[in-house]
Each structure stands twice: as C-alpha cells, then as structure tokens.
Write a protein that binds this ligand. Structure first.
Ligand code: GLV
Ligand code: MN
Ligand code: MN
Ligand code: MN
Length: 422
C-alpha cells in the first residue's frame, strides 16, 4: 500500500495533504504491541515510538513540539499576533486491541499536514494553534478512558496512578519507566481563558456518511456512555454429576444478562448496549462456570434515556442473579455525560464544508471522543471523515480514502483561515 501511495505521489494524481495523512498513518500503524494487527496501548514501546515520531513530524511541519507528563504529544504553531489566544485541535494515538489505522490518529496527523501546508507557504494565523496527540482515550491498559484529555482539562484522577494493568504494573511505574514525571500531571491543566475552542477531526467509525454518499459530516453531539464491569459468582462443580436443577451457573446468568441488554436497548433511537467482554476465568469443559466476568457499555444521545436503560438493566441483573442464586458485584468504570457541540463552531465548520462544494450534513456521534473531556475546558466541535468498508471500525478493516482525508484537511485549513472567535 505504501508503494502504491508513493507511486501516486510521484505521479501527482492525488492531492498532497490527503496522501501525507495516509502515508503517516501507515508508518505509525505498523507499530504495534503485538504481531497481529494494530494494538497501541498506553505507554507501551509502540506507544512511545509513535509519540516520538509525531514530535518529529510536528517539528518538521514548523511547530514546537514535546511530550508532556502524561504522554500527550503537544505541538504549537505560534502566532505572531500580540494578543493571540489558542485554538486547540487533536485526538488520541492509543488504540483498542486490534484496532483501526485512523481511529484517533487522523485527528492528529491531519492538523499536522494542514500546518505543514501553511508553514511551507509562510502563512501565519492570528491565533496560536495547538495540536495535541492525546496519549490515552480508549481505556485499554488501565480500564480508565480519557487519561490524556482529562490531564489537559484538569480532570485527571491522581488516584489512578496506583491502578495496575493486567501484568500488575502500576500506572505510576509505567509513567516512570517511560521517563515521565507524574507529579507534573496536575500542571498540564490548561487555563480556560487562554482557549478559543477545540476542534476534533475523526473518522466516523460508522456507516452514516457512507450510506449517504457524503465525504464529511459535522457532529451535533457525542452520546454519553456508562460502563460497568460485572462479576458473577455462582458455584463451580462437576459438569457430569450436578443435576440441572441444582446448578449455580455464572455463565448461564451472563447469557441471560446479555440478552436482557440487547432487548432493553433495541428499538429506541440512539440507545445502544453492548457486552464486549465475557470471560469464564480458568474455565474447563467439564466444570460448571463458578465465575463469569462481563462488561456493560450503554450509550445514548440523551443522558436520561441512557440512565433509564441502565437502571432497568441493573435491576434486571439483580432479578436474574437472585433467581439463579448467583452473587453479583458491579464496578462503575465510566460515566460520561453526552457532550453537545457548540453551534457557533459547527456553523463555521458548515461554512467551510459548503465552500468546499459539499452540502453540510449534521450527525450524532455514537462513539466516544476526547472532545467529551474537552467540553470541560472550552467549546468543542467535530468534523467526521467518511469511514469505508461498510463503516466498520475498532477493527483492522477500518478504512478511509486519501481523497476524503484530503477534503477533510482542506476543510480544516479553510476553517482556520476564516476562523472568527466567538
Ligand atoms: C471509544 O472509541 C469508544 O467510543 O468507546
Ligand atoms: Mn476508538
Ligand atoms: Mn477514537
Ligand atoms: Mn473513541
């Protein structure tokens, strides 16, 4: 694929920013924690290599760049304007396990390509532009999301430093090993008064734009999400001798819970519910599952719709487990309110989209994004780029085209050139 991209570059059949974004994505997309697919968890070797590479690309593009105490890659394209405030853009560079090439990364690489374009032309902006590659959004390693963006907004929970990963390594040790001074994390918090807003460019991760044959869309709001880890404890016993009526099967309880989640979240606009993790630790073919762990992820555009579903699901779990004599333990791991985008920023993104000859289209984001954390600091807006392959994401099959990346970059560039603070 890289060879093909380079060939296109030589032939100049494709526009430059889009191709650059695709080529950069391929480079860092090859650095993974494991051999199969792309996994880039917080502070692993692949993660640190990715950060160092992005610092280099930012500097080459005319920015000052460094890595902060939580692992965020922070680049600045300084304005010469005396009273300049800062517009922030960016997204995350960590990935889910076996994730896609563009999820998060597009929103870092695209602004770098845009700034490179400006810098090559000697073009300055009347405001500082800060590009942040957030270190952690997906919550893979420490089961806590938005570590990078929460540090920037001053919402990083320092008690997480004691949390361990699957190998028993604390976040504090992982940070120290990566060369970060974790005591400086609170100092990352930005001042609200310095910021004009936050724009996040992101692959859609769904099929809406693809179905409508639209290259880009403007996000109206990001669905709020609620996550739990559920531990079900029944009784392990012999699979051959224990009568069906005398079992306390934790996995059978989990099966009922999964179907309850599916049923409760079906048929209601924007409400979605998923059990994405399911384990019988140490399970054997001839042992009735004594323990079963599962995750819950419930989302909706409207927090009250989501909360009503969560309440019903939790009481349903209680009823299922009481009937089956299975104990339940619930741990709330995430509760993020729905995040509305700022109409004044959406209008300016819509105007730039229209100037690019595309009809502005507004859509809800079902996926979570760093912008959900940034609403705690400043007004936010998001530009979505069409996702190929039926809209599949959080999967190595995730794709986008160089043309759509180019158009998205062009829209961000035009948005920046016309940007009018509130
Ligand atoms: C993160 O990508 C999420 O939406 O869960
Ligand atoms: Mn993701
Ligand atoms: Mn993402
Ligand atoms: Mn996300």
């Amino acid at each position: 694929r890289i060879a093909e991209l380079r060939l296109n570059d030589l032939l100049d059949t494709q526009p430059a920013m889009g191709l650059q974004i695709m080529a950069w994505s391929e480079v860092i997309g090859a650095w993974s924690d494991d051999a199969s697919g792309l996994t880039c968890a917080y502070l692993t070797e692949a993660h640190r290599q990715t950060a160092a590479q992005m610092v280099q690309w930012m500097q080459d593009a005319g920015m000052t760049a460094s890595i902060d105490a939580v692992g965020n890659v922070v680049g600045r394209y300084q304005s010469d304007h005396p009273d300049a405030k800062t517009l922030m853009t960016g997204s995350h560079y960590d990935t889910v396990r076996n994730g896609g090439t563009y999820d998060g990364r597009e929103g870092i690489l695209l602004p770098i390509a845009v700034i490179r374009h400006l810098h090559q032309r000697g073009e300055k902006l009347p405001f500082h532009l800060e590009v942040i590659g957030f270190a952690e959004e997906e919550g893979v390693r420490y089961k806590s999301t938005f570590l990078g963006s929460n540090a920037v907004t001053g919402h990083f929970d320092m008690s997480l430093l004691a949390r361990t990963d699957a190998d028993g390594i604390t976040m504090r040790d992982a940070l120290e090993f990566a060369g970060h001074d974790f005591t400086q994390i609170p100092a990352i918090a930005r001042n609200r008064a310095d910021y004009l807003g936050f724009i996040e460019v992101h692959i859609e991760q769904g099929p809406v734009l693809l179905q409508r044959n639209l290259p880009v869309g403007i996000v109206t709001s990001i669905a709020g999400s609620c996550r739990y880890l559920v531990t079900l404890t029944g009784m392990a016993s012999h699979a051959g001798t224990t009568p069906m009526t005398m079992r306390k099967d934790a996995a059978a309880a989990a099966a009922e819970i999964i179907l309850l989640v599916e049923q409760r979240c079906s048929g209601i606009t924007s409400l979605v519910g998923t059990v994405g993790q399911l384990q019988v630790p140490g399970g054997s073919v001839n042992v009735i599952p004594g323990v079963c762990n599962l995750s819950l992820d419930i989302r909706a555009a409207d927090d009250s719709v989501r909360d009503a579903a969560v309440a019903d699901i939790l009481s349903g779990i209680e009823a299922i487990c009481a009937r089956r004599q299975v104990d339940t333990q619930l741990e709330l791991t995430m509760r993020a309110a729905a995040a509305p985008c700022a109409p004044w920023l959406m209008q300016q993104l819509a105007a730039a989209t229209e100037r690019a000859g595309v009809a502005p289209f507004m859509l809800l984001s079902g996926a979570g994004h760093d912008a959900m954390s940034l609403v705690n600091l400043t007004d936010v807006a998001m530009l979505f780029t069409r996702c190929g392959n039926g809209g599949i994401s959080h999967n190595p099959l995730e794709t986008m085209t160089a043309d759509d990346a180019e158009l998205s970059a062009h829209i961000l560039l035009d948005f920046l050139r016309h940007f009018t603070p509130k």
